[in-house]
Design a protein around this ligand. Structure first.
Ligand code: ADP
Ligand code: MG
Ligand code: MG
Length: 199
């Protein structure tokens, strides 16, 4: 079973990966965006880590709701409300149990990803974070490791796609040939989950 501490460690591990990969995320956002994705998420997850240290919510749901709220209030770009919605909706779906199973987390994340799709209007294949999130959640029934791999593969598979949502879509065909920054950061979220689970 996964408790609040597991979820805090997941968010802390995500913050560390975002810090480590921030330059790469911003570099990916340079040819098909406005070169701020790494700094956007760094600001957001730094605020998440600080808030979790200060408040230490005592349920998995409360950890994710607090994290989501921080992302929404500190990240100006498109990714802030989208990731904020992902974590908040997932947290709400977990309810107020002190511990949740991996199956419950998978189900809650499914609700979170559905909320991202509703908010952003992106479907799989539109070259967005959805292209990493959907396969990750699909694979979560198998293992955290499988979800991490599926997210990374989903992110890589955005390269040949033409963007149909977000800033990159303004480029039309010129968005082809570049990996999507948001799909890449979504893969970090699932890599952090794998690490936290010790897989
Ligand atoms: P901004 O584009 O406002 O500068 P970021 O650079 O932080 O925001 O985030 C860009 C990422 O957000 C994209 O790479 C993409 O994955 C994701 N994104 C943008 N618009 C959408 C959308 N409508 N639905 C899902 N994801 C989106
Ligand atoms: Mg950007
Ligand atoms: Mg921006």
């Amino acid at each position: 079973m996964l408790d609040a501490d597991f979820f805090r460690r997941w968010m802390t591990a995500t913050t560390a990966l975002v810090d480590r990969e921030a330059e790469r995320l911003t570099a990916l956002d340079s040819p098909i965006g406005d070169a701020d994705h790494g700094s956007n998420l760094q600001r957001g997850f730094t605020a998440v880590a600080a808030a979790l240290e200060k408040d230490a919510p005592d349920t998995p749901g409360a950890v994710l709701i607090l994290a989501g709220r921080q992302l929404i209030s500190t990240v100006g770009g498109a990714s802030g409300p989208l990731y904020g919605t992902l974590l908040r909706r997932t947290g709400k779906a977990l309810g107020d149990s002190a511990e949740v199973s991996a199956e419950q987390l998978a189900e809650a994340l499914r609700a979170g990803v559905d909320a991202v799709r509703t908010l952003g209007g992106a479907a799989p294949g539109d070259k967005t974070m959805v292209d990493a999130l959907v396969p990750a959640v699909d694979a979560l029934g198998d293992s955290f490791a499988a979800a991490g791999t599926a997210a990374a593969e989903g992110a890589e598979a955005t390269t040949p796609l033409q963007a149909r949502k977000g800033r990159a879509s303004y480029l039309g065909e010129r968005s082809i040939g570049h990996q999507d920054p948001g799909a890449t950061s979504s893969a970090l979220l699932f890599e952090a989950l794998r690490e936290t689970a010790g897989e």
